[in-house]
Design a protein. Structure first.
Lengths: 376, 181
């Protein structure tokens, strides 16, 4: 099959690799229909995630059709169209039983690496380095999905692939960010990052009852898109002092909740520091942007003395998938606008370049593994 | 409230470790190689015969060393009672115990089971009571952790997580056509 492989920092190539096969009884093989780039992939491409190996297939956000299943898979049938959660949970351990699927005990075969780095290993993630299990990613024609009964969710007939695709990662991540804020009537939520996850966090915050949502970014097209989709207020951090602007917009109090939908970027943890600084006293900082290792100059004094509450984590996908599919079915949300470009796997490098530079108003590049190249 | 500790010990199994005397084999092979080289390069027939014969003798020694077997008897085992690991398994005491009794591991390990207060979880402590001399503590610890991890995954999830490294692409870097900007 064809797959998009990581070959080192800033290098991806489309290669022919062996097809995946069923290994365990709870596995399914999914024929990928669409696979989206993801902000977390940029950490791989920037070389910030250790334990990547040249040749690793990347990609974690996808939708497809089940073409084979292991003997112990019961809920999923061959031929079903399914959206697959980006994180891999077993569904049975203590953490999965409490709904914290990304903290699963049983799906990371290389747990020694994270045991050493984090104290405890977390779950396996598709296409996200040996430390997170070494699972092959979704930028491929086929993917092996472990614990398919939990990871695969059938897509209702009425939904398009483009709408359901982002229920794999971006939508539940944004929703979880808002959910962790425990929004109350009258609350003001500030969201850093107007990319895929940030856009979904905005919609989710309104859905969960936020009175006002303020989004902070520097890309005019993304701010414009956010404003088009909801009554969100926008701040361009290139143009204003974010802290002062947020203070002014909230009557001097500060936002009740601050969502970091950016994570570690080239400048370290700028957003996290800004969120802690701007959050109201006793407020909540909700972090869903991905951090890989240590953060320099973390303002612990501000966080402690202001009595902030921190919530964070990789997305607990299966906790939200069914609920979000229903929201889309009812017309309460439609993430399909995130898809701005559809490319073939052979255009992988161009796709990531476009995604990283946010050129051509790019929000999300999605790969169709069966498509022939269209660029050039 | 935690109930009283209950201990089960798995049956002993004699460990016969096949050990190749690698150092002896390497020395013999090196000697054979040197003798053969000297024999081939020598101008004297006498030297050629002498070094050739030495090469053959060293080669035979190497081949014998290759199949040397030194069984490790339990009588040579050392006690490592301080080596222990604990794992919490999401499952009832009965279910967890049953797994360990049904599938005794290959080591001489004592397992202690303790139900947690919730009733839905069980703590299993594995203790290596004896470990053959000549094998490191690191390997004993690794084996103990492997057994506990495998048991946890089998009991909780019904399988042991694995990846298929074969699926990934060629493990070489530097394909310039795919370089981003």
């Amino acid at each position: 099959m064809k797959a998009l492989c990581w070959n080192g920092a800033s290098s991806v190539t489309c290669e022919t690799v062996p097809d995946p096969r069923l290994i365990n009884p709870h596995d399914a093989i999914v024929r990928v229909t669409l696979s989206s780039v993801n902000g977390a992939d940029l950490h791989l491409l920037d070389g910030h995630i250790p334990s990547m190996k040249a040749g690793d297939i990347i990609g974690r956000e996808f939708i497809g059709e089940v073409v084979d299943r292991g003997r112990d898979v019961q809920k999923i049938q061959v031929g079903q169209r399914v959206v697959v959660s980006s994180i891999i949970g077993c569904g049975h351990c203590y953490h999965c039983q409490t709904g914290d699927y990304s903290l699963c005990d049983n799906t990371n075969p290389n747990e020694d690496i994270l045991d050493e780095a984090f104290g405890f290993a977390t779950c396996g993630i598709f296409g996200y380095s040996a430390a997170f299990g070494g699972y092959a990613g979704s930028h491929a024609q086929y993917v092996r999905v472990p614990f398919a009964d939990l990871g695969c969710t059938p897509v209702p007939d009425g939904l398009s692939n483009e709408s359901a695709l982002f229920v794999s990662d971006a939508f539940p991540t944004g929703f979880m960010a808002a959910d962790m804020c425990e929004i109350q009537p009258g609350h003001v939520v500030a969201v850093w990052g107007a990319g895929g996850v940030g856009q979904m966090a905005i919609q989710s915050a309104f859905h969960l009852g936020a009175d006002r949502v303020i989004v902070i970014d520097q890309v005019p097209s993304r701010l414009k898109e956010a404003a088009l989709r909801s009554r969100v207020e926008v701040l361009n951090y290139d143009e204003v002092d974010v802290h002062e602007a947020l203070k002014e917009l909230t009557g001097g109090r500060g936002p009740d909740s601050c969502i970091d939908a950016v994570g570690a970027d080239g400048r370290g943890a700028t957003v996290l520091r800004q969120a802690i600084h701007s959050c109201r006293k006793g407020g909540t900082v909700s972090v869903v942007g991905v951090y890989g290792g240590l953060v320099d100059k973390f303002p612990m004094g501000a966080a402690m003395n202001k009595g902030l509450r921190f919530r964070m984590g990789q997305v607990h996908g299966p906790r939200y998938v069914s609920r979000l599919l229903k929201m889309i079915e009812k017309g309460e949300a439609d993430p399909s606008f995130l898809l701005t470009h559809t490319l073939s796997l052979r255009e992988g490098a161009e796709g990531y370049k476009m995604f990283k530079s946010k050129s051509d108003n790019c929000m999300r590049v999605v790969f169709d593994p069966w498509l022939e190249p269209t660029l050039h | 409230m935690l109930s009283a500790l209950e201990t089960r010990t798995v049956p002993e199994r004699v460990i016969n470790e096949v050990e190749v005397n690698a150092i002896e084999r390497r020395v013999a092979l090196a000697a054979a190689s040197v003798c053969a080289t000297v024999a081939l390069q020598s101008k004297s027939w006498l030297a050629r015969i002498a070094f050739g014969a030495s090469a053959v003798v060293a080669g035979l020694r190497a081949s014998r060393a290759k199949i040397a077997i030194r069984p490790l008897e339990l009588t040579t085992a050392t006690c490592v009672t301080d080596l222990q690991r604990t794992v919490t398994i999401y499952g009832s005491l009965a279910a967890v115990e049953l797994y360990f009794l049904d599938e005794p591991p290959s080591l001489d390990i004592t397992f202690t089971f303790r139900p947690r207060a919730s009733g839905s979880e069980t703590e299993v402590q594995g203790r290596v009571v004896r470990w053959p001399e000549g094998l490191s503590r690191v390997s004993a610890d690794r084996e103990l952790r492997r057994i506990l991890k495998r048991a946890k995954q089998m009991i909780e999830a019904g399988e042991v997580a694995r990846t298929d490294a074969r699926v990934h692409g060629v493990r070489t870097a530097g394909v310039l056509s795919g370089v981003l900007g």
